[in-house]
Design a protein around this ligand. Structure first.
Ligand code: NAP
Ligand code: G4F
Length: 320
């Protein structure tokens, strides 16, 4: 049987790197779309670089994606590329809209033009629930985004649904809650904390400056979540799914566990800094993963405490 072939946009990111590993394990040919930059940023994929095919393209440029889809003819496309940092979306709202919002139309339309039979996954986000209208949040909970990023993702979600309904495309929107790992970008709160814990423990830093410690998130492990993306594209019919753990913890609790793991008290090191507050906050996210559990047979395997300690241990090793 011919090998399955998948295109991943955002392969240099946290999720792209784990998804590429996972699809290689499943026997796929993996094509990774990378954007041109003046320096190479392959840290997360250098260990699999000789096993994947990297091709140039950009979500801002539909023609680039039409060309690479024509040349490589994947059977599945995973659109993970985005300006994904919520804080930056407040200072760069137009750019975020172009990439994270309109970028989805560009790639969906490229798929429609080249081969509407290609299966499509869109990386949607629990940020779309924003000021939550129900607890926990499920596929039927109304959306109320609280950031330009959340608004852009909501556009991406609905254009995915619209292309599915208009052109009968197999297009899925995965509404993923926060997922973290040792490969998480250093600007996101979890990795910012675990990296600081390691540096403080090793005597390299003295404090950690954070914003709102009372925000609550449903945090899972990125490696668990890429399995759900793949499962969504293996069903008889395309659908949208919430992917989450069903548990929620505050940033403060994350700090307690992370500092506690190395025998420190977070209150001795964390300094509240107004610069890290957001113009509008998402106070609470907790997802209901029942549909993904039932239809996809998906369940997370790593607990919150295991995730936090795994990230601290990894940052201790990296900072030594
Ligand atoms: P990430 O680490 O920030 O990775 C983003 C990727 O997008 C990078 O590979 C980046 O390339 C690429 N990219 C950015 N702009 C691009 C453009 N114009 N053209 C092509 N590629 C571009 O994000 P992540 O955490 O892996 O998340 C993956 C996706 O899931 C994102 O869409 C994110 O919004 C969404 N999501 C994430 C979470 C989460 O908790 N992680 C939850 C829900 C949804 P460079 O390396 O060149 O910058
Ligand atoms: O780690 P964060 O920046 O992630 P956020 O905003 O929840 O977004 C992440 O998850 C979304 C899914 O819901 C993704 F779609 C998105 O791409 C991204 O991956 O912030 C988490 C919470 C926020 O409430 C923030 O206000 O932590 C709070 N926080 C407190 N101090 C901080 C800080 N966040 C950051 N980044 N830095 C701080 O110093």
């Amino acid at each position: 049987m011919a090998k399955k072939r998948a295109l991943i946009t955002g392969i240099t990111g946290q999720d792209g790197s784990y998804l590429a590993e996972y699809l290689l394990e499943q026997g796929y040919d993996v094509i990774g779309m990378i954007r041109r930059s003046s320096t190479v940023n392959f840290e997360r994929i250098h260990h699999i670089q000789d096993k994947v095919t990297l091709v140039a393209g950009d979500l801002l440029d539909e023609v680039s994606m039409i060309h690479l889809l024509r040349e490589h003819r994947p059977s599945e496309v995973y659109n993970l590329a985005a300006q994904s940092f919520v804080q930056t979306s407040f200072s760069q709202p137009v750019f975020t809209g172009e990439v994270t919002g309109l970028g989805v139309t560009r790639i969906l339309d490229a798929v429609r033009v080249v081969d509407p039979g290609i299966r499509f996954y869109q990386a949607s986000s629990s940020e779309m629930f924003g000021k939550v209208q129900a607890v926990p949040q499920s596929e039927t909970t109304p959306f109320y985004p609280r950031s330009p990023y959340g608004v852009a993702k909501l556009y991406g979600h609905w254009i995915t649904v619209n292309y599915r309904e208009s052109y009968d495309m197999y297009a899925c929107s995965g509404i993923l809650f926060n997922h973290e790992s040792p490969r998480r970008g250093l600007e996101f709160v979890t990795r910012k904390i675990t990296n600081a814990v390691a540096r403080i423990k090793l005597g390299k830093d003295k404090e950690l400056r954070l914003g709102n410690l009372d925000a609550k998130r449903d945090w899972g492990y990125a490696k668990d979540y890429v399995r759900a993306m793949h499962l969504m594209l293996q069903q008889d019919t395309a659908d949208d799914y919430v992917v989450s753990t069903g548990e929620t913890y505050s940033v403060r609790r994350f700090c307690e566990i992370a500092f506690g793991h190395v025998g420190l008290n977070y209150q001795d090191y964390v300094v509240i800094d107004e610069r890290f507050y957001r113009p509008a906050e998402v106070d609470l996210l907790v997802g209901d993963p029942a549909k993904a559990n039932k239809n996809l047979g998906w369940k997370p395997q790593v607990t919150f405490e295991q995730l936090v300690t795994m990230m601290v241990e990894s940052d201790l090793a990296a900072n030594k």
